[in-house]
Design a protein around this ligand. Structure first.
Ligand SMILES: [Zn+2]
Length: 123
């Protein structure tokens, strides 16, 4: 026996499910991505919203990039000038941290989308 109340309840649950599926997907679409490049090619892409540490080695240099609470910074680097570490944290779309000696860049952009931002980085 299916009662009218059950149908309402099931409908409500279905609607909640649909909202639950759609909303995170939409948020994910708009979320910024940390794009790490080494020597001009993409080393990896990481969601800005997930805390992590990324170690990148290139050309004999190693940089440690920290993603913390929506901020990205060069936590450590063995380059000569340490300008990348001194630059501090970035958190906005199109912001970039560059380590010139190691040719490692950290860029906040959109995942997979070619918004032209990467083209402005000249080596
Ligand atoms: Zn550096």
């Amino acid at each position: 026996m299916v009662k009218k109340g059950d149908i309402v309840l099931i409908s409500l649950l279905l609607i909640l499910c649909v909202i639950g599926l759609v909303v995170p997907a939409a948020q994910k679409d708009n979320s910024d991505t940390v794009i790490v490049t080494a020597g001009g090619s993409i080393h990896g892409e990481y969601p800005l919203g997930e805390d992590r540490e990324i170690t990148v080695s290139y050309g004999g240099h190693t940089c440690v990039i920290a993603v913390e609470e929506g901020n990205v910074r060069m936590k450590a680097a063995d380059c000569e000038d340490k300008l990348c570490v001194k630059q501090g944290a970035v958190h906005s779309h199109n912001e970039i941290i560059v380590c010139l000696p190691s040719q490692i860049t950290v860029y906040i952009g959109k995942s997979g989308a070619d918004d032209g931002g990467m083209d402005t980085i000249a080596y």
